[in-house]
Design a protein around this ligand. Sequence first.
Ligand SMILES: NC(=O)c1ccc[n+]([C@@H]2O[C@H](COP(=O)([O-])OP(=O)(O)OC[C@H]3O[C@@H](n4cnc5c(N)ncnc54)[C@H](OP(=O)(O)O)[C@@H]3O)[C@@H](O)[C@H]2O)c1
Length: 343
Amino acid sequence: MDDPTHTTPELGAIEHGLPATMRAASRRAYGSAADVVVDTVPRPEPGADEVLVKVTAAGLDRATLHLLDGKPYVARAALGLRRPRRTILGQQVAGEVVALGADVTGVSVGDRVFGTAAGSYAEYAVAKPSTLARTPEELTDEDASTLGVSGITAHEAVVGQGKVRLGQHVLVLGASGAVGTYAVQLATHLGAHVTGVCSATKLELVRGLGAERAFDYRASSLADLGSAFDVIIDIAGNRRLGELRSALTPDGALVIVGGEGGGPFLGGIQRNLFAAVTNPFTRQRLQWFVSMPTTERCTRLAELLTAGSIQPPVDRRVGLEGVRGGIEAMQRGELRGHVIVCP
Ligand SMILES: NC(=O)c1ccc[n+]([C@@H]2O[C@H](COP(=O)([O-])OP(=O)(O)OC[C@H]3O[C@@H](n4cnc5c(N)ncnc54)[C@H](OP(=O)(O)O)[C@@H]3O)[C@@H](O)[C@H]2O)c1
Protein backbone atom coordinates (compact mmCIF):
# COMPACT_ATOMS: atom_id res chain seq x y z
CA MET A 1 0.00 0.00 0.00
CA ASP A 2 1.39 3.40 -0.99
CA ASP A 3 0.39 5.40 2.07
CA PRO A 4 0.00 3.29 5.20
CA THR A 5 -1.52 6.22 7.09
CA HIS A 6 -4.42 6.34 4.62
CA THR A 7 -5.93 2.88 4.86
CA THR A 8 -9.65 2.19 4.83
CA PRO A 9 -11.01 1.13 8.20
CA GLU A 10 -12.56 -2.30 8.39
CA LEU A 11 -16.16 -2.71 9.46
CA GLY A 12 -15.11 -4.38 12.72
CA ALA A 13 -13.49 -1.22 14.02
CA ILE A 14 -16.48 0.93 13.08
CA GLU A 15 -18.71 -1.49 14.99
CA HIS A 16 -16.50 -0.89 18.03
CA GLY A 17 -17.44 2.77 17.94
CA LEU A 18 -14.45 4.18 16.11
CA PRO A 19 -15.15 6.69 13.36
CA ALA A 20 -14.31 5.84 9.75
CA THR A 21 -12.63 9.20 9.22
CA MET A 22 -10.50 11.60 11.23
CA ARG A 23 -8.92 15.06 11.01
CA ALA A 24 -5.22 15.22 10.24
CA ALA A 25 -2.48 17.73 9.34
CA SER A 26 -0.90 16.57 6.10
CA ARG A 27 0.59 17.56 2.77
CA ARG A 28 0.36 15.78 -0.55
CA ALA A 29 3.68 16.90 -2.08
CA TYR A 30 7.12 18.00 -0.88
CA GLY A 31 7.09 21.72 -0.11
CA SER A 32 6.98 24.05 2.86
CA ALA A 33 4.87 24.76 5.94
CA ALA A 34 2.47 26.67 3.65
CA ASP A 35 1.51 23.33 2.05
CA VAL A 36 0.26 21.83 5.32
CA VAL A 37 -3.52 21.42 5.32
CA VAL A 38 -5.93 20.10 7.91
CA ASP A 39 -8.59 17.92 6.35
CA THR A 40 -10.69 14.83 6.88
CA VAL A 41 -9.10 11.56 5.84
CA PRO A 42 -9.80 7.86 6.38
CA ARG A 43 -8.84 6.69 9.84
CA PRO A 44 -5.90 4.25 9.72
CA GLU A 45 -6.48 0.63 10.66
CA PRO A 46 -3.77 -1.11 12.71
CA GLY A 47 -1.94 -3.99 11.02
CA ALA A 48 -1.68 -7.36 12.76
CA ASP A 49 1.35 -6.25 14.81
CA GLU A 50 0.20 -2.67 15.44
CA VAL A 51 -2.04 -0.76 17.80
CA LEU A 52 -4.33 2.18 17.07
CA VAL A 53 -3.70 5.19 19.32
CA LYS A 54 -6.21 7.98 19.90
CA VAL A 55 -3.78 10.89 19.91
CA THR A 56 -4.07 13.43 22.70
CA ALA A 57 -0.67 15.12 22.26
CA ALA A 58 2.13 15.06 19.70
CA GLY A 59 5.41 16.96 20.13
CA LEU A 60 6.81 18.90 17.18
CA ASP A 61 10.43 18.26 16.27
CA ARG A 62 12.89 19.31 13.60
CA ALA A 63 12.41 16.12 11.57
CA THR A 64 9.01 17.52 10.54
CA LEU A 65 10.86 20.06 8.39
CA HIS A 66 12.76 17.32 6.60
CA LEU A 67 9.55 15.37 6.04
CA LEU A 68 8.02 18.54 4.60
CA ASP A 69 10.69 19.46 2.08
CA GLY A 70 12.01 15.93 1.44
CA LYS A 71 15.58 17.09 2.10
CA PRO A 72 18.26 15.99 2.21
CA TYR A 73 17.42 14.24 -1.04
CA VAL A 74 19.22 11.09 0.11
CA ALA A 75 16.37 10.64 2.63
CA ARG A 76 13.85 10.32 -0.21
CA ALA A 77 14.91 6.71 -0.67
CA ALA A 78 12.94 6.09 2.52
CA LEU A 79 10.42 8.97 2.37
CA GLY A 80 9.32 8.58 -1.26
CA LEU A 81 11.24 9.68 -4.34
CA ARG A 82 8.85 12.09 -6.10
CA ARG A 83 6.21 12.61 -3.46
CA PRO A 84 5.92 11.66 0.21
CA ARG A 85 4.84 8.08 0.84
CA ARG A 86 3.23 9.13 4.13
CA THR A 87 1.13 12.24 3.81
CA ILE A 88 0.26 12.85 7.48
CA LEU A 89 3.00 14.60 9.48
CA GLY A 90 4.18 13.88 13.02
CA GLN A 91 6.26 11.27 14.83
CA GLN A 92 6.14 11.81 18.57
CA VAL A 93 2.92 10.73 20.22
CA ALA A 94 1.00 10.29 23.45
CA GLY A 95 -2.54 9.03 23.81
CA GLU A 96 -4.70 6.01 24.50
CA VAL A 97 -4.77 2.60 22.81
CA VAL A 98 -8.21 2.13 21.24
CA ALA A 99 -7.73 -0.95 19.01
CA LEU A 100 -5.27 -3.83 18.70
CA GLY A 101 -3.96 -5.81 15.73
CA ALA A 102 -4.63 -9.55 15.83
CA ASP A 103 -1.07 -10.49 16.88
CA VAL A 104 -0.51 -7.83 19.55
CA THR A 105 0.11 -9.02 23.10
CA GLY A 106 1.08 -7.18 26.27
CA VAL A 107 -0.94 -4.06 25.42
CA SER A 108 -4.63 -3.52 26.19
CA VAL A 109 -7.31 -1.20 24.89
CA GLY A 110 -7.48 1.71 27.33
CA ASP A 111 -3.72 1.79 28.06
CA ARG A 112 -2.18 5.28 28.11
CA VAL A 113 0.95 5.16 25.95
CA PHE A 114 3.63 7.44 24.49
CA GLY A 115 6.53 7.08 22.06
CA THR A 116 6.50 7.33 18.27
CA ALA A 117 3.78 6.77 15.68
CA ALA A 118 4.20 7.95 12.09
CA GLY A 119 1.39 10.38 11.25
CA SER A 120 0.77 11.55 14.83
CA TYR A 121 -0.60 15.01 13.85
CA ALA A 122 -4.02 13.42 13.56
CA GLU A 123 -6.83 12.22 15.76
CA TYR A 124 -5.65 8.61 15.38
CA ALA A 125 -2.30 7.02 14.50
CA VAL A 126 -1.01 3.45 14.29
CA ALA A 127 2.21 2.31 15.96
CA LYS A 128 4.15 -0.82 16.72
CA PRO A 129 4.03 -1.55 20.47
CA SER A 130 7.85 -1.78 20.43
CA THR A 131 8.03 2.01 19.86
CA LEU A 132 5.63 2.80 22.73
CA ALA A 133 5.66 2.59 26.52
CA ARG A 134 2.97 2.98 29.16
CA THR A 135 2.53 6.54 30.40
CA PRO A 136 2.99 6.70 34.18
CA GLU A 137 -0.03 8.08 36.01
CA GLU A 138 1.95 11.11 37.24
CA LEU A 139 2.89 12.18 33.71
CA THR A 140 0.74 14.35 31.46
CA ASP A 141 0.31 13.29 27.84
CA GLU A 142 1.64 16.68 26.78
CA ASP A 143 4.96 16.18 28.56
CA ALA A 144 5.18 12.52 27.48
CA SER A 145 4.65 13.51 23.83
CA THR A 146 8.08 15.18 23.72
CA LEU A 147 10.02 12.05 24.65
CA GLY A 148 9.67 9.66 21.69
CA VAL A 149 12.20 11.51 19.49
CA SER A 150 13.57 14.56 21.32
CA GLY A 151 13.98 12.98 24.77
CA ILE A 152 15.29 9.66 23.50
CA THR A 153 17.78 11.36 21.19
CA ALA A 154 19.14 13.52 24.02
CA HIS A 155 19.40 10.49 26.32
CA GLU A 156 21.25 8.44 23.73
CA ALA A 157 23.64 11.35 23.10
CA VAL A 158 24.38 12.19 26.74
CA VAL A 159 24.10 8.83 28.48
CA GLY A 160 24.46 6.21 25.72
CA GLN A 161 27.18 7.65 23.46
CA GLY A 162 28.64 10.49 25.53
CA LYS A 163 28.78 8.45 28.77
CA VAL A 164 28.71 11.72 30.69
CA ARG A 165 29.95 11.36 34.28
CA LEU A 166 30.00 13.40 37.49
CA GLY A 167 32.32 16.40 37.32
CA GLN A 168 32.94 16.31 33.57
CA HIS A 169 32.84 19.45 31.44
CA VAL A 170 30.14 19.07 28.79
CA LEU A 171 29.39 21.40 25.89
CA VAL A 172 25.92 21.28 24.32
CA LEU A 173 25.70 23.00 20.92
CA GLY A 174 22.06 23.73 20.10
CA ALA A 175 21.15 23.80 23.79
CA SER A 176 17.87 25.69 23.34
CA GLY A 177 16.07 23.27 21.00
CA ALA A 178 13.85 20.23 21.42
CA VAL A 179 16.81 17.84 21.82
CA GLY A 180 19.16 20.37 23.42
CA THR A 181 16.89 21.35 26.31
CA TYR A 182 16.76 17.68 27.33
CA ALA A 183 20.51 17.21 26.77
CA VAL A 184 21.39 20.12 29.08
CA GLN A 185 19.12 18.77 31.81
CA LEU A 186 20.35 15.19 31.50
CA ALA A 187 24.03 16.19 31.67
CA THR A 188 23.29 18.47 34.65
CA HIS A 189 21.39 15.65 36.34
CA LEU A 190 24.48 13.44 35.98
CA GLY A 191 26.54 16.05 37.81
CA ALA A 192 28.41 17.51 34.84
CA HIS A 193 29.44 21.16 34.43
CA VAL A 194 27.38 22.14 31.41
CA THR A 195 28.07 24.90 28.91
CA GLY A 196 25.26 25.59 26.45
CA VAL A 197 25.43 27.37 23.10
CA CYS A 198 22.27 28.90 21.65
CA SER A 199 20.99 32.22 20.31
CA ALA A 200 21.11 35.37 22.46
CA THR A 201 17.41 35.46 23.35
CA LYS A 202 17.53 31.92 24.81
CA LEU A 203 20.58 32.22 27.08
CA GLU A 204 18.40 32.57 30.21
CA LEU A 205 16.29 29.56 29.19
CA VAL A 206 19.42 27.40 28.88
CA ARG A 207 20.86 28.63 32.20
CA GLY A 208 17.50 27.90 33.81
CA LEU A 209 17.78 24.27 32.67
CA GLY A 210 21.03 23.84 34.60
CA ALA A 211 23.81 25.10 32.32
CA GLU A 212 26.51 26.89 34.34
CA ARG A 213 27.44 28.98 31.31
CA ALA A 214 25.54 29.88 28.13
CA PHE A 215 26.93 31.56 25.00
CA ASP A 216 25.37 33.13 21.94
CA TYR A 217 26.61 31.32 18.82
CA ARG A 218 26.47 34.56 16.84
CA ALA A 219 28.80 36.34 19.30
CA SER A 220 31.23 33.58 20.40
CA SER A 221 33.25 30.96 18.57
CA LEU A 222 34.22 27.63 20.15
CA ALA A 223 37.73 28.97 20.66
CA ASP A 224 36.27 31.74 22.88
CA LEU A 225 34.72 29.26 25.33
CA GLY A 226 37.97 28.75 27.13
CA SER A 227 38.16 25.27 28.54
CA ALA A 228 38.64 21.89 26.89
CA PHE A 229 35.51 19.78 27.10
CA ASP A 230 35.31 16.12 28.08
CA VAL A 231 32.16 15.67 26.00
CA ILE A 232 30.64 17.75 23.19
CA ILE A 233 27.03 17.06 22.25
CA ASP A 234 26.82 18.56 18.76
CA ILE A 235 23.14 19.14 17.99
CA ALA A 236 23.27 22.30 15.86
CA GLY A 237 25.63 24.54 13.95
CA ASN A 238 27.17 22.00 11.60
CA ARG A 239 30.69 23.01 12.68
CA ARG A 240 33.75 21.48 11.04
CA LEU A 241 35.11 18.33 12.67
CA GLY A 242 38.53 19.97 13.22
CA GLU A 243 36.98 22.89 15.10
CA LEU A 244 34.99 20.55 17.32
CA ARG A 245 38.01 18.34 18.04
CA SER A 246 40.09 21.38 19.05
CA ALA A 247 37.56 22.11 21.81
CA LEU A 248 37.80 18.55 23.19
CA THR A 249 40.29 17.13 25.70
CA PRO A 250 42.80 14.68 24.11
CA ASP A 251 40.59 11.73 25.10
CA GLY A 252 37.25 13.57 25.00
CA ALA A 253 34.09 12.40 23.23
CA LEU A 254 32.28 14.12 20.37
CA VAL A 255 28.69 13.00 19.81
CA ILE A 256 27.23 14.26 16.54
CA VAL A 257 23.45 14.41 16.79
CA GLY A 258 22.47 16.71 13.93
CA GLY A 259 22.93 20.09 12.36
CA GLU A 260 21.05 21.91 9.65
CA GLY A 261 22.58 23.48 6.56
CA GLY A 262 24.65 20.50 5.49
CA GLY A 263 23.56 20.73 1.84
CA PRO A 264 20.43 19.60 -0.02
CA PHE A 265 21.78 16.22 -1.17
CA LEU A 266 23.55 14.68 1.84
CA GLY A 267 22.40 17.09 4.59
CA GLY A 268 25.75 16.97 6.41
CA ILE A 269 26.04 13.18 6.64
CA GLN A 270 29.52 13.56 5.13
CA ARG A 271 30.66 15.04 8.47
CA ASN A 272 29.43 11.92 10.27
CA LEU A 273 31.23 9.67 7.80
CA PHE A 274 34.44 11.68 8.21
CA ALA A 275 34.14 11.27 12.00
CA ALA A 276 33.69 7.50 11.63
CA VAL A 277 36.75 7.24 9.38
CA THR A 278 38.90 9.39 11.70
CA ASN A 279 37.77 7.71 14.93
CA PRO A 280 40.13 4.67 14.85
CA PHE A 281 43.17 6.96 14.53
CA THR A 282 42.64 9.20 17.55
CA ARG A 283 42.28 8.87 21.33
CA GLN A 284 39.22 11.08 21.07
CA ARG A 285 35.90 9.26 20.58
CA LEU A 286 34.10 10.62 17.50
CA GLN A 287 30.61 9.21 17.27
CA TRP A 288 27.20 9.69 15.68
CA PHE A 289 23.97 7.76 15.81
CA VAL A 290 20.37 7.61 14.63
CA SER A 291 17.96 7.46 17.54
CA MET A 292 15.75 4.40 17.83
CA PRO A 293 12.72 4.53 20.10
CA THR A 294 12.15 1.39 22.14
CA THR A 295 9.78 0.59 24.99
CA GLU A 296 12.73 0.31 27.38
CA ARG A 297 14.22 3.68 26.39
CA CYS A 298 10.83 5.40 26.61
CA THR A 299 10.26 3.91 30.05
CA ARG A 300 13.67 5.08 31.31
CA LEU A 301 12.95 8.63 30.13
CA ALA A 302 9.51 8.61 31.72
CA GLU A 303 11.08 7.62 35.05
CA LEU A 304 13.43 10.63 34.88
CA LEU A 305 10.50 12.91 34.08
CA THR A 306 8.37 11.47 36.84
CA ALA A 307 11.21 11.91 39.32
CA GLY A 308 11.46 15.57 38.31
CA SER A 309 15.05 15.15 37.05
CA ILE A 310 14.11 16.55 33.63
CA GLN A 311 11.20 18.68 32.39
CA PRO A 312 10.23 19.71 28.87
CA PRO A 313 9.93 23.51 28.60
CA VAL A 314 6.75 24.09 26.58
CA ASP A 315 6.55 27.08 24.24
CA ARG A 316 2.98 26.59 23.11
CA ARG A 317 0.08 24.16 22.75
CA VAL A 318 -1.74 24.18 19.42
CA GLY A 319 -4.51 22.32 17.62
CA LEU A 320 -4.01 20.69 14.21
CA GLU A 321 -4.54 24.10 12.59
CA GLY A 322 -1.52 25.34 14.56
CA VAL A 323 0.93 22.83 13.06
CA ARG A 324 1.77 25.19 10.21
CA GLY A 325 2.40 28.13 12.55
CA GLY A 326 4.46 25.97 14.92
CA ILE A 327 6.71 24.84 12.06
CA GLU A 328 7.12 28.41 10.83
CA ALA A 329 8.00 29.61 14.34
CA MET A 330 10.61 26.82 14.56
CA GLN A 331 12.08 27.95 11.21
CA ARG A 332 12.26 31.56 12.42
CA GLY A 333 14.04 30.43 15.63
CA GLU A 334 11.27 31.81 17.85
CA LEU A 335 10.55 28.76 19.96
CA ARG A 336 11.58 28.70 23.61
CA GLY A 337 10.66 25.09 24.24
CA HIS A 338 8.44 22.44 22.69
CA VAL A 339 5.35 22.87 20.54
CA ILE A 340 2.68 20.38 21.59
CA VAL A 341 0.05 19.53 18.99
CA CYS A 342 -3.26 18.51 20.61
CA PRO A 343 -5.61 17.21 17.87
N1 LIG B 1 20.62 11.70 15.28
C1 LIG B 1 19.32 11.59 15.47
O1 LIG B 1 18.77 10.50 15.58
C2 LIG B 1 18.48 12.83 15.58
C3 LIG B 1 17.24 12.78 16.23
C4 LIG B 1 16.51 13.97 16.37
C5 LIG B 1 16.98 15.17 15.83
N2 LIG B 1 18.17 15.15 15.15
C6 LIG B 1 18.70 16.40 14.58
O2 LIG B 1 19.11 17.24 15.65
C7 LIG B 1 19.02 18.59 15.23
C8 LIG B 1 18.25 19.40 16.28
O3 LIG B 1 16.92 18.93 16.39
P1 LIG B 1 15.90 19.70 17.35
O4 LIG B 1 14.58 19.03 17.17
O5 LIG B 1 16.48 19.87 18.69
O6 LIG B 1 15.86 21.13 16.59
P2 LIG B 1 15.47 22.56 17.18
O7 LIG B 1 14.42 22.41 18.21
O8 LIG B 1 15.22 23.46 16.04
O9 LIG B 1 16.80 23.02 17.96
C9 LIG B 1 17.96 23.49 17.33
C10 LIG B 1 18.53 24.57 18.24
O10 LIG B 1 19.86 24.88 17.82
C11 LIG B 1 20.06 26.27 17.93
N3 LIG B 1 21.08 26.64 16.95
C12 LIG B 1 20.93 26.99 15.65
N4 LIG B 1 22.13 27.26 15.10
C13 LIG B 1 23.05 27.07 16.05
C14 LIG B 1 24.46 27.19 16.11
N5 LIG B 1 25.18 27.59 15.05
N6 LIG B 1 25.09 26.89 17.26
C15 LIG B 1 24.41 26.50 18.35
N7 LIG B 1 23.06 26.39 18.38
C16 LIG B 1 22.39 26.66 17.25
C17 LIG B 1 18.71 26.88 17.63
O11 LIG B 1 18.63 28.11 18.29
P3 LIG B 1 17.88 29.36 17.60
O12 LIG B 1 16.57 28.82 17.07
O13 LIG B 1 17.70 30.30 18.71
O14 LIG B 1 18.77 29.86 16.50
C18 LIG B 1 17.73 25.85 18.19
O15 LIG B 1 17.31 26.18 19.49
C19 LIG B 1 18.35 18.58 13.85
O16 LIG B 1 19.33 18.70 12.86
C20 LIG B 1 17.70 17.21 13.80
O17 LIG B 1 17.53 16.76 12.48
C21 LIG B 1 18.92 14.02 15.03
